[in-house]
Design a protein around this ligand. Sequence first.
Ligand SMILES: [Zn+2]
Length: 143
Amino acid sequence: MAADPLSLPPQPVPDAVTAPFWAALAEGRLAMCRCGHCGLWMQPPLERCRRCAGPTRFTDVAGTGTVYSFIVQHRATVPGYLDDLPYVVALVELDEQAGLRLPARIVGVDPAEVRCGLRVRAEFADLPGGDFTVALFRPLDES
Ligand SMILES: [Zn+2]
């Protein structure tokens, strides 16, 4: 029996600007939009640099960062994550540039122990119900 579509998480809808982001994830890489002229990183991605109007391209990042902000989701408001409650959704500030922040789930830690400033590293997981890979972040073991 096919899975109930209402039990699946929302699926990405790549467009011309965001398609390279999803293609990189499918290959196990986290790539962010960067200006080819001045090097500014941009999230969300733009076709032209917001600082110098230069052309942009997706460039791999290290995948390490810091929890900038987060919520702990206790109720099932988004289909597909009922089995994971409670879970953490964070804005992760990537190490490449102050202000370069990506929304993502934080895994591998008790939600009660997540703090702003927590050091994390990206990993990759298949998104149920489609052909997409997503980035999740797990606390770095820096001991
Ligand atoms: Zn630029």
